[in-house]
Design a binder for this molecule. Structure first.
Ligand SMILES: *Cc1c(COP(=O)(O)O)cnc(C)c1O
Length: 376
């Protein structure tokens, strides 16, 4: 089938990344694979299956819908749903054996009632808010919730966790502040004789740079996808990006000096230029940029000119030999010696690589590459 723009998911890279992560991690630390938002646009079931094959013991998503989708795809592994569940969602979690958070006493009461109604035990984790101020019970009063959860016969108290506000930057002082707060809760639990199977705090940044926070389980989202959480965190040799995005040249036009390009007329040709119209725009998730960034054509950089439209982006191919209509354009990924990373695109727009990976729209089809096959 002819495609005008698409995403390629390289399973060879994904497998190799998981293999290298498993070799890098200390023995005894489990891996929870975070596949929320379709594994940041890579396909949740596809990434989950590779993770489980590599030895991951847990999966996590952000919504009940995402968890149910994984169950529908036949995935029976433990799944933890991040965030808070509304009262309506609790029974479904019990029926489908989905683990979720109990971060306050009111929620515990509700869960105990639901367990008695449904006849299935709940598997719960407690999130300790150590400074992100998002989900969880504040560390100073976490023991109150933890003691109650630990003594409720209706629930299996499986985990205690926290989440870093910043784990991948050079200045880790707040991360260590948070870690200290979490450790104080873990110490209090020890004094009370309360044990859980999984104590977990690390995302990819914490896994790479804060070994003291590894505990029993690390929650990895972006790293197995071959993208580092920041430019300054530790590197693992051989990790490479899994996702590429490609589009095509649908038209070529020759500009004369003084011609303008695109909505808003933000580019004016100062000399004769050859412009290619690429079949991808901001509706597809390529960020709105203006005379910033580039795409790759025939292994060379072609600068973006003007402001991109919803469905099209114009690039300058004047300096590139032999460009033809329907040539493949690399929007994200490698072409010959050149590579465009998610960090590159993020920097053109002033955002983070997570935003670029997760932002691609449903109009792009996903092609999963397993062997040396070349996409058509
Ligand atoms: C998204 C998320 C992660 C994964 O973070 P990465 O930086 O992608 O590894 C881990 N834990 C929680 C609570 C999350 O929401």
């Amino acid at each position: 089938m002819f495609r005008s723009a698409w995403i390629e998911i390289d399973h060879r890279a994904l497998r190799e990344n998981f293999r290298r992560i498993f070799r890098d991690k200390p023995e005894g630390v489990g891996v929870l694979s975070v596949v929320k938002d379709q594994a940041y646009g890579h396909g949740a079931a596809a990434v989950a299956n590779e993770a489980l094959r590599a030895g991951a013991c847990y999966l996590a998503v952000a919504t009940l819908g995402e968890a149910l989708e994984l169950r529908e795809q036949g995935i029976n592994a433990p799944i933890l749903i991040f965030g808070e569940r509304s009262p309506e969602e609790v029974e479904v979690c019990l029926e489908q054996r989905l683990s979720f958070f109990v971060n306050e006493l009111e929620m515990l009461t509700l869960v105990r009632q639901a367990v008695r109604r449904v006849g299935k035990r709940a598997c719960v984790h407690v999130e300790v808010d150590t400074g992100l101020s998002r989900y969880g019970v504040r560390w100073t009063r976490a023991m109150e919730v933890i003691r109650a959860v630990a003594s409720a016969p209706e629930v299996e108290f499986e985990g205690v966790m926290s989440h870093f506000a910043q784990s991948d930057e050079l200045d880790k002082s707040f991360a260590y502040e948070q870690l200290g707060r979490f450790e104080s809760v873990l110490n209090a639990m020890r004094e009370d004789g309360i044990r859980v199977r999984y104590r977990h705090m690390c995302n990819s940044g914490g896994f790479l740079d804060i070994p003291r926070a590894h505990f029993d389980l690390v929650r990895l989202g972006i790293l197995p996808l071959g993208v580092y959480p920041s430019q300054v965190c530790r590197r693992i040799e051989g990790i490479r990006p899994v996702m590429s995005v490609r589009a095509r040249i649908a038209a070529l036009r020759d500009l004369e000096p003084g011609d303008v390009v695109g909505y808003g007329m933000h580019y004016v040709a100062e000399s004769p230029r050859r412009i290619a119209v690429v079949t991808i725009g901001y509706a597809d998730g390529f960020p709105r940029v203006r005379n910033r960034g580039y795409m790759l054509v025939r292994g060379k950089k072609a600068p973006i000119v003007g402001g991109n439209a919803m469905d099209a982006t114009m690039i300058d191919v004047t300096e590139i030999e032999g460009v033809s209509r329907w040539d493949v354009v690399t929007v994200l990924g490698r072409d010959g010696q050149e590579e465009i990373t998610a960090h590159d695109i993020a920097s053109w727009r002033g955002t983070v690589s997570y935003d670029i990976l997760a932002g691609w729209g449903p109009r792009l089809s996903r092609i999963h590459l397993f062997e040396e096959e070349a996409p058509s």
